[in-house]
Design a protein around this ligand. Structure first.
Ligand code: TXA
Ligand code: MG
Length: 351
């Protein structure tokens, strides 16, 4: 299959291109598109065959459900059994935006899309290309992140092309995404609502609207939760993993620098190629040949936006080992560390 890549200006969208992409989706084809979080791999959410194609293109287990993307609130009601008042409030504050909500589904959503579950994940993305595409398609686009299963999510069209060229019909290139980590997932089939995946919208931002919110214990890194299964099937898999062995080094700032430099010396003496992921504030303190500055701890949005891209860059550099600082920042730290620790297979070194 020849994958057509179209460059679009999000501020001045080519209507003919969107029309063409919409036709591909209506005919059961696959189109990757930008959202504000990461690039999505879209198919008609109401067409079981399209969902099956998505799983095949990504190499994704078919029991890992897809998020249904909508562009208008009226499209929510036909696919869900009920919309709790709290969910309505959250939608009015955060949709369109980096928020996915879980509801009990109606029969309109095929089991292929919901991974066999009786619930459905719904999101209204805040990106002009995504919204235009959903409307051109007719209202419902199923879209997981547009990466090969297990690899870091794509934040640029080039990442999508690396993984999926030849396997999908079209890629809409709208430039680099704004947020860089996938949406926050909140489950409204329980009360109080439960965070199934941390993201840009953190717990306290949710609590401003909802009052008490719980966090799925399966996604916390605490030792006592080691054997708790996350409720979102996708959070159970090893994910985002770079080809090199990645370890996160935790501790006081100076101790971390010393530890990483010591580990680097040792690895280099064994003939290994080492990469380091560090914040602006400390990146010049490392002796490794390949140090990637991921952004400032003061503006952790940059760290969030760069993370997946940096992991992919190390694949290209061909390093054997990666040591990363830990980024427990107040604003997006939980989301950043959730992805980083998954990428590291939870391998933590105490400095
Ligand atoms: O930001 C995002 O959410 C991006 C963009 C493209 O919108 N999409 C995305 O989709 O991250 P994906 O498929 O890579 O991740 C969806 C996650 C998976 O962990 C999946 O298991 C979970 O959502 N999920 C989907 N439906 C669910 C359901 N009914 N119950 C629990 N978890 C669900
Ligand atoms: Mg994904």
């Amino acid at each position: 299959m020849n994958t057509c890549i179209l460059k679009l200006d999000p501020q001045n969208i080519d209507a003919a291109a969107i029309e063409r992409a919409g036709c591909i989706l209506k005919a059961g084809g696959l189109v990757a598109f930008p959202t504000e979080t990461v690039y999505g791999l879209g198919g008609d959410a109401l067409n079981p065959a399209a969902s099956e194609k998505i799983y095949a293109a990504k190499g994704r287990p078919s029991d890992n459900p897809l998020i249904v993307h909508i562009a208008d609130m009226e499209h929510l009601y036909p696919i869900v059994r009920e919309v709790p008042e709290k969910a309505r409030l959250l939608a009015s504050k955060w949709w369109p935006g980096p928020l996915t909500m879980i509801f009990n589904k109606t029969d309109l959503v095929p089991k292929e899309t919901s991974g066999g579950l009786s619930t459905v994940a719904v999101r209204m993305p805040n990106h002009p290309i995504a919204l235009a595409l959903i409307r051109a398609e007719g209202g419902y686009i199923a879209a997981p992140s547009a990466n090969t299963s297990g690899r870091p999510s794509p934040t640029r069209a080039e990442h999508v092309a690396q993984d999926l060229s030849g396997r999908i019909d079209m890629i809409l290139d709208g430039g680099e995404v704004r947020i860089g980590l996938e949406s926050t997932i909140v489950d409204f089939t329980e009360d109080p609502p439960v965070i199934l995946r941390p993201g840009y919208i953190n717990k306290s931002m949710l609590e401003e609207v909802l009052g008490t919110v719980r966090i799925d214990p399966g996604i916390l890194n605490a030792e006592e939760n080691k054997n708790v299964r996350p409720k979102a099937p996708g959070m159970r898999y090893r994910h985002y993993a770079p080809k090199a062995d990645l370890s996160v080094v935790e501790g006081e700032r100076e101790a971390v620098i010393e530890k990483i430099n010591e580990l680097t010396r040792q690895a280099v003496s064994e003939g290994k190629k080492v990469g380091v992921i560090a914040a602006d504030e400390t990146s010049s303190a490392y002796t490794a040949a390949d140090v990637k500055d991921i952004g400032s701890r003061e503006t952790d949005k940059t760290i969030a936006r760069r993370l997946f891209s940096v992991l992919r860059e190390f694949d290209e550099d061909g390093v054997d080992l990666i040591f990363s600082e830990s980024f427990e920042t107040p604003r997006m730290g939980q989301a950043i560390m959730n992805r980083l620790l998954k990428a590291a297979g939870h391998h933590i070194i105490k400095a």
